[in-house]
Design a protein around this ligand. Structure first.
Ligand code: ADP
Length: 485
């Protein structure tokens, strides 16, 4: 509506200016035309009035003037001192039509034009000089302007009508066009209001044409899709997290209820407390994992990337798992491992390596093997210097269809087995988020019934190409880099 109003205002202004210009041009044209006619009539009258022994009137027939358009031409003859000598009937009762200064100008040969008002009627007259028998006269010959005034007033009415009709038509047209053009925008804002009320699955109607509004609709739908995905992800995350927390908490509550059902010995109370302590540890671990995940999703603010030698980092992770691995006869070995450094945060990197190695132990078979190797990445996709670390195990493997799903939060291939390992299904999801922060990546490179290979890519470089193989714990740590002070 406002758009139409502005459009009508602008159009009305332009039309008014155009009408004024037409009116003024017509006015000027009519005045000039009248002046020309007045001079012609005056010249004719002067010739006939002075055609004889003395000055006399010689009225011009009415219809001889511009097809009778200018009725009643009037003539007044003044003597040199400005007194009226002769006058045509229509002005006979009037004194001199012009002042003495005009008479003087005429006698000096200037032929001025004047605009007298005769009995309320506007007129236009030329004042000419006549000389007869040594006498000089000022001859005023004029025409009434009634018809011009009437013409102009008719024109003013026509123009006013055109202005009003034009304004009305353009307002109606503008309103129709604006409503048509803005109809999709109105639809969009209605739908947006519905979405804002909580219907996040709603989308804007797909555009019929790919004009500006169509492109905007498409972009908004993409934004809505992203927002919906993010919201859905957060909702699922919150519900999964609360579900995962509820299970151990319910188990703890159950253990307490059972213990309180009857009086117990001190030993029984101690057992219950021990069980509670264990379950509490897994709840605490889950909470810590959740916090780390959220921290990584926020881009892990405050993380500083430094050069981290990888062998000591791998050895520390392996030593943390040494007990669990030894209990099941699993060997952790390096195969053709060069000296590598990664540009990373060592705490976050340790978390990734711990998790991948822990999985390689937990999902391995008894007496199995874990092989760790590394190299500089050689594909063109990496613009930064990149190193690739692979961790292969001899476990039951991951079906190809699950290669990506194992990185989803709380996703476990075998829930009953995961319960035995104490896994909460967050480990690989954390690895992926953390590596995204470190500008790296992780994927399942290969898997079969004989084991799986995880591939970790990280910004980094090979510092020595000498490759070593053998039990990871036995490899000598690289010499520390010399520091310049
Ligand atoms: P969890 O804490 O359950 O280990 P992860 O996110 O680390 O959670 O792993 C998700 C799931 O992927 C695991 O439950 C397991 O089923 C599967 N998985 C991970 N690593 C391996 C592996 N090396 N071999 C076989 N399955 C694996």
């Amino acid at each position: 509506m406002q758009l139409t109003l502005w459009w009508a205002l602008a159009f009305g202004l332009l039309l008014a200016i155009a009408n004024l210009a037409i009116y003024s041009a017509f006015d000027v044209y009519l005045r000039r035309d009248l002046d020309r006619k007045v001079r012609t009539v005056a010249a004719a009258e002067l010739a006939s009035s002075s055609d004889g022994p003395g000055i006399h009137l010689h009225p011009i027939p009415k219809d001889a003037l511009a097809d009778g358009e200018f009725a009643d031409p009037f003539v007044q003859i003044l003597s040199e001192d400005g007194t009226v000598r002769l006058a045509s009937p229509v002005i006979r009762h009037l004194p001199a039509l012009v002042g003495y200064d005009v008479v003087r100008a005429a006698l000096d040969g200037h032929a001025p034009l004047v605009s007298p008002v005769i009995d309320g009627r506007p007129g236009r007259a030329a004042v000419l000089r006549a000389e007869i028998g040594g006498q000089r006269y000022a001859v005023i010959v004029g025409l009434f302007r009634d018809s011009i005034v009437a013409h102009l007033s008719r024109l003013a009415w026509v123009l006013a009508f055109v202005w009003m009709a034009g304004l009305a038509a353009t307002t109606a047209l503008g309103y129709w066009l604006a409503s048509r053009a803005l109809a999709p925008v109105v639809g969009i804002s209605r739908r947006a209001a519905r979405i804002a009320r909580g219907d996040f699955s709603a989308r804007l109607d797909p555009p019929v044409r790919l004009d500006e509004v169509g492109e905007m609709t498409q972009s908004l739908n993409e934004v809505l899709e992203c927002l919906h995905g993010a919201l859905e992800g957060h909702r699922r995350f919150a519900s999964d997290a609360s579900h995962e927390l509820r299970t151990p908490i319910a188990a703890m509550a159950g253990a307490i209820d059972v213990t309180l059902m009857r009086p117990r010995t001190a030993e029984e109370y101690r057992d219950t407390l021990r069980i509670l302590r264990e379950r509490l540890s897994s709840v605490t671990a889950l909470c810590e994992d959740l916090m780390l995940l959220v921290h990584a999703q926020e881009g892990a603010p405050g993380v500083e990337l430094r050069e981290v030698p990888l062998l000591p980092q791998l050895q520390r992770s392996a030593s943390r798992l040494a007990g669990a691995a030894a209990a099941r006869g699993i060997r952790i070995e390096a195969r053709d491992l060069p000296e590598l450094v990664a540009y990373a945060d060592s705490r976050l990197l340790a978390r990734v390596l711990d998790n991948v190695l822990a999985n390689a132990v937990f999902y391995n078979r008894d007496g199995g093997r874990i092989e760790i190797s590394g190299a500089a990445a050689d594909d063109a996709a990496d613009t930064l210097e990149t190193v690739v670390i692979t961790v292969s195990d001899t476990g039951t493997g991951i079906p190809r269809a699950e290669f990506e799903r194992v990185f989803e939060r709380f996703y476990r291939l075998d829930r009953s087995r995961a319960a035995a390992t104490g896994g909460n299904g967050l480990g690989l999801a954390i690895c992926r988020e953390v590596l995204a922060v470190l500008r790296g990546s992780i994927r399942v490179a290969a898997s079969s019934g004989d084991g799986s290979t995880f591939e970790i890519r990280l910004p980094g470089r090979v510092t020595s190409s000498s490759r070593r193989s053998g039990p990871l714990a036995d490899l000598p740590a690289p010499a520390p880099a010399l520091e310049c002070r």
